[in-house]
Write a protein that binds this ligand. Sequence first.
Ligand code: OGA
Ligand code: MN
Length: 226
Amino acid sequence: MSLHTVIPSGRPLFDAASLCADLTRQGWSQQSLGDTALLAALRDEATALWQADALSRAGIGRASDHELVREIRRDKTRWFDGSSPAQRRWLGFAEDLRLELNQRLALGLFSFEAHYAVYEPGGFYRRHLDSFRGARNRILSSVLYLNPDWQAGDGGLLRLYDERDDSVIADIIPEHGTFAVFLSEEIPHEVTPALAPRFSIAGWHRCNDLGRAPALQARVLPIAPV
Ligand code: OGA
Ligand code: MN
């Protein structure tokens, strides 16, 4: 059974089976979401928040040295609070994804958080992991891109690395509707400098359990029977 069969029309559709197979095999997946109305609503809200100066300079953990932070990341963010229909639909989509991943891969995902992010021209995010290995904190990272007019020369790539040999395993172009997911503890990644304003929603599925979810403790994930 895939999301094609369980999600009523109007939700963003993608193939949950292929996403889970990718995650199991390589720790990341790239999908394309086709719900143009939802993408437009999310993009409109992100643009309006940006134009109203309602996004904040992003930080790093508890770091308080703002100059140091600016050498590492230069995006502006605003956390979702569920205050608009578009946000609620995206949170609903994340909940459907959570249930699919728990059912298929036994990830034990418990909660989800997300923020809009804007990289203004010159913005970047140097190579990092979203969670320390073994932290059992953020389990799955996801990014939905909201850039209808992205050009080949605009940069802003999501670059994924193989943690074992530092080779580049993927360059993901932040085109409208592209949806990237990867294991937070296993995939180092960066955002290369963007030359045009770059809009996205970054999200993290978290686990509520510090010792369990054995499926994630080996690099190769078993696929639960469905
Ligand atoms: C992040 C991040 C990637 C992207 O916010 O932690 O790595 O492509 N974002 O925006
Ligand atoms: Mn990241």
